[in-house]
Design a protein around this ligand. Structure first.
Ligand code: GUN
Length: 281
């Protein structure tokens, strides 16, 4: 079975749009998401455009602030400070990565926790790891939604996560652990990686290398979640971290790239924006 994140997110966005329509009468306005984009990186520009498009579909107000690559850290921190104080702003997202002269951790920590729609603020991260209420990071949240929608049983399963980033690998491992999976966190330095991944019943791949996971690394019946967004060096087309054509016949469930995890990430960003809006009513 191929799980279409595109279809699932379309359905969830329609449900959110119905909910958001009721907000002006109840609260006097709709939620407002502000996205800050620094520089012209084509990948980042495309993500930010996708976020604006999804906001329009759901009925969320979206402001995108574009700054040149040369913006200073101080200027960025000033913009965030003003947005933190603005009662008409519910969510603040700084598109990553930032240019090298800007301290990413400092910028993320400057966002008011209650407006941190990415769930990247240290207080949100701490809350996640202490099982306290928090804003969940969008990609891990979207992955869990896909697994549930596909009827995948997580409790008791052997889950292997490849990649240990703050954005995906670490938080998705924690969410799988909270769902009672037995989680192995693998990465580029894992010895005998194929041996480890062959033991997986659920395999989440977020390592950022085109077609890194090959058919021999996956056992029959595995649930495969591909978080990668890469250019295939041979065809120039978008591809995942998983060799989809070779693994799809072996997997019980698999996500495609594009149209898999990506749309779910954006969908969860919409959900987080609504949550932040409602939490401050
Ligand atoms: N860059 C890649 N993924 C993300 C994300 O989920 N949020 C932000 N802010 N930047 C990203």
């Amino acid at each position: 079975m191929i799980i279409s994140g595109k279809e699932l997110s379309a359905k969830l966005k329609l449900e959110m749009a119905d909910e958001v329509k009721t907000f002006p009468a109840k609260y006097g306005r709709v939620p407002h998401l502000v996205v800050i984009l620094v520089g012209e990186d084509p990948g980042s520009v495309s993500y930010v455009t996708g976020k604006a498009k999804a906001s329009a579909e759901v009925g969320i107000r979206n402001t995108t602030i574009r700054k040149p690559e040369s913006v200073t850290e101080a200027e960025l921190l000033d913009i965030i400070a003003a947005l933190n104080l603005d009662d008409e702003v519910d969510g603040i997202l700084v598109q990553l990565p930032l240019p090298k002269h800007i301290d990413e951790d400092k910028v993320i920590a400057a966002i008011d926790k209650s407006k941190d729609v990415d769930g990247f603020h240290p207080l949100n991260v701490a809350a996640l790891w202490q099982k306290q209420p928090c804003t969940l990071p969008c990609t891990p949240k979207g992955i869990l939604k896909m697994l549930r929608a596909a009827g995948v049983e997580i409790a008791g399963k052997r889950a292997v996560v490849i990649g240990r980033s703050n954005i995906v690998g670490l938080p998705v491992s924690k969410l799988l652990l909270d769902a009672n999976a037995t989680v192995t966190m693998a990465h580029s330095r894992t010895r005998d990686l194929a041996e480890v991944t062959r033991g997986a019943e659920i395999l989440v791949v977020a390592i950022g290398r085109p077609k890194f996971v090959t058919a021999d690394m996956v056992s029959e019946g595995t649930v495969v979640i591909d978080v990668g967004v890469n250019r295939d060096p041979e065809t120039g087309k978008l591809c995942g971290d998983v060799d989809f054509a070779a693994i799809e016949p072996k997997a019980s469930v698999i996500t495609p790239v594009p149209g898999g995890v990506g749309p779910m990430t954006i969908c969860c960003l919409m959900e987080n924006t609504i949550e932040c809006f409602l939490n401050s009513r």
